[in-house]
Design a protein around this ligand. Structure first.
Ligand SMILES: O=C(O)CCC(=O)C(=O)O
Ligand SMILES: [Fe+2]
Length: 212
């Protein structure tokens, strides 16, 4: 299939449709399946006020829990999270290069891996627990979703609704780095089982924590 053209959704927010090769999708699905088991199992994150996220998450490099990063998964099993492999950081650099023309010294040190079943969604939020304004690289595999990309001021309008399909990358940095965004809907049954993911949606976000 011929990929759709790259599109700037907002200043610094770039959608790269069909960006992952088929082999990359398969490799990511296989790797995520292993990371979802060990050393820290994928889980529904519990929010400070007792809410439970419908999405399931596991992290690499640094462990995210609302609303901070730690090296060990203190709210799961206390173990150090798996390292972020260089091949995945390389994929992030390539996405930034394709989005902006150059990657500079982009060196992501954490990945949040989210799994959405047909009912899961994610409310409008900012990715702001990082102490860095380096771009976020988002990679999607499996079922398509409605991705809502908004503004830096409010959870509401103006926003742009984008459909993220299997293999799409979405890079947000610069003036859009701290824009609100969310996933109001997953379109169950729209993925490609040949990636190794028979149902649901996988999303990875590569980030620079700015921590050490
Ligand atoms: O699933 C997505 O496309 C977005 C995930 C996200 O915003 C996050 O993990 O912070
Ligand atoms: Fe986010």
């Amino acid at each position: 299939m011929i990929p759709l053209p790259i599109r700037e959704i907002a200043p610094g927010a770039v959608h790269l449709p069909g960006w992952l090769t088929f082999d990359e999708r398969r490799r990511l699905v296989e790797a995520c399946r292993a990371w979802a088991k060990e050393p820290v199992p994928m889980r529904h994150t519990v929010l400070p006020r007792g809410g439970v996220m419908s999405v399931q998450t596991v992290c690499l490099g640094w462990h995210w829990q609302p609303y901070r990063y730690t090296r060990t998964a203190d709210d799961v099993n206390g173990r150090p999270v798996a390292p972020l492999p260089e091949w995945l950081a390389d994929l992030g650099r390539r996405a930034v290069t394709d989005a902006y023309g150059e990657a500079g010294a982009y060196d992501p040190d954490t990945a949040l891996i989210n799994f959405y079943d047909g009912q899961a969604k994610m409310g409008m939020h900012q990715d702001k627990d990082e102490k860095s304004d380096a771009p976020v690289v988002s990679l999607s595999i499996g079922d398509a979703c409605l991705f809502r990309f908004g503004n830096t001021e409010t959870r509401g309008r103006p926003y742009t609704d984008v459909r993220l399909d299997s293999g799409d990358a979405f890079v947000f940095g610069g003036p859009s780095r701290f824009a609100y965004h969310g996933v109001p809907k997953v379109y169950a049954g729209t993925g490609d089982p040949a990636t190794g993911l028979s149902s649901g949606r996988l999303n990875l976000t590569l980030r620079v924590t700015g921590l050490r």
